[in-house]
Design a protein around this ligand. Structure first.
Ligand SMILES: Cc1cc2nc3c(=O)[nH]c(=O)nc-3n(C[C@H](O)[C@H](O)[C@H](O)COP(=O)(O)O)c2cc1C
Length: 347
């Protein structure tokens, strides 16, 4: 099913951030089992890889993943337009431009956060992508880079991409310091400035703005929404503790009736998924590596993680490994409950 603009904007109230090497199709399948409504993002796919390299296999995704957005990296308007068209033909619901990623490889190709310094070019890229597809074109950006003053540059950046027809942005609420910090450090060291992102919502009330960065729980996401943000994008916490972020989201973020999803049910459904993947010559570890955090914070989390990570690479490993790990979790849960039970009265 293809989402229209208003329903995908509604889905963007909560989203799982694009993460290279993490939010691949297996990961997105797991996340979709935990929430029917949350907006999922692909890993970044570069426009040159798609357009010049013909790597259209990078666009493969499952029918059940919707709503799902394709994130593109690039800075050549014509190439991004072609890539956006390929993304639309492949069935994505949204095309997102990466203006936030500080990795070296990405900088060398003039992609990602360095584009915060070229708002006119970003606007040109967005206009070209919009011209090539009827899908929503959105932007994920930082509040600024290097020695920029975010309070000066961010409003100007937003205004320019809005003039190019972009109506939704996700803003990682910290600077990227491109000199001297690794990509990983750039996700933690520059301080978060949520207040600035909230100010942007007040300044651009007609735009759909999501805040990103350091949101570690569903309650923290709900607090941003309660303060007037249109959406919250969560990266690492959604990957490392997907049940905490996603199981209650359909009810608490989207107001749906019905029972919350459970990690146990998702684990069982992943057995079927793994079986299909193995039948197509895939490897179990490609699926289970995204499941290690499924029981994070619950009894049995450690044995679950260990059983999967040690067993997935053994010859002949199959979906029954997930079943065995789940049995360990259920046993650990029962043991934890009996530990909490009052001691029987002495006779
Ligand atoms: C492993 C990893 C890979 C990432 N890859 C991308 C990417 O491809 N595109 C992007 O825009 N951001 C990428 N990011 C940044 C995240 O989308 C997000 O902005 C960042 O992690 C901050 O959000 P968080 O604190 O909720 O994790 C990546 C982050 C991680 C941890």
């Amino acid at each position: 099913m293809r989402y229209d603009t208003s329903s995908i904007d509604a889905a963007a109230r909560l989203s799982v951030a694009p993460m290279m090497d993490w939010t691949d199709r297996h990961c997105r399948h797991l996340h979709r089992l935990l929430s029917r409504r949350v907006l999922l993002y692909t890993e970044m796919v570069t426009a040159p890889a798609l357009v010049r390299g013909g790597a259209v296999h990078l666009l493969e995704h499952g029918e059940g993943e919707h709503p799902v957005a394709l994130q593109l990296g690039g800075s050549d308007p014509a190439e991004l337009a072609d890539a956006a068209q390929l993304g639309a033909e492949a069935g994505y619901d949204e095309i997102n431009l990466n203006v936030g990623c500080p990795s070296d490889r990405v900088q060398s190709g003039t992609f990602g956060a360095v584009l915060m310094k070229s708002p006119a070019l970003v606007a040109e890229c967005c206009a070209a992508m919009r011209g090539a597809t009827s899908l929503p074109v959105t932007v994920k950006c930082r509040i600024g880079v290097d020695d920029q003053d975010p309070r000066a540059v961010l409003p100007d950046f937003i205004a320019r991409v809005a003039e190019a027809g972009v109506t939704r942005l996700a803003i990682h609420a910290r600077m990227a310091w491109l000199e001297g910090l690794s990509p990983k450090e750039n996700r933690d060291i520059p301080p978060l400035d949520y207040a600035l992102v909230h100010e942007m919502k007040a300044r651009f009330p007609a735009l759909h703005l999501s805040v990103n960065g350091g949101v570690g729980s569903l309650d923290a996401a709900l607090a941003h929404l309660a303060k007037g943000m249109d959406g919250v994008m969560i990266g690492r916490a959604a990957y490392h503790a997907p049940a905490e972020i996603l199981c209650r989201a359909d009810r608490l973020v989207y107001g749906e009736d019905g029972p919350d999803s459970t990690p146990e049910a998702a684990a069982r459904a992943m057995m079927d998924y793994a079986e299909t993947h193995l039948a197509a010559d895939g490897r179990l570890g490609q699926v289970t590596r995204h499941m290690l955090g499924l029981f994070a914070g619950r009894p049995g989390a450690r044995v679950w993680r260990r059983t999967l990570s040690e067993g997935a690479h053994l010859p002949g490993a199959g979906p029954e490994l997930i079943e065995a790990a789940l049995a360990e979790v259920v046993a650990a849960g029962a043991a934890a409950e009996s530990d909490c039970a009052p001691a029987p009265n002495p006779v």
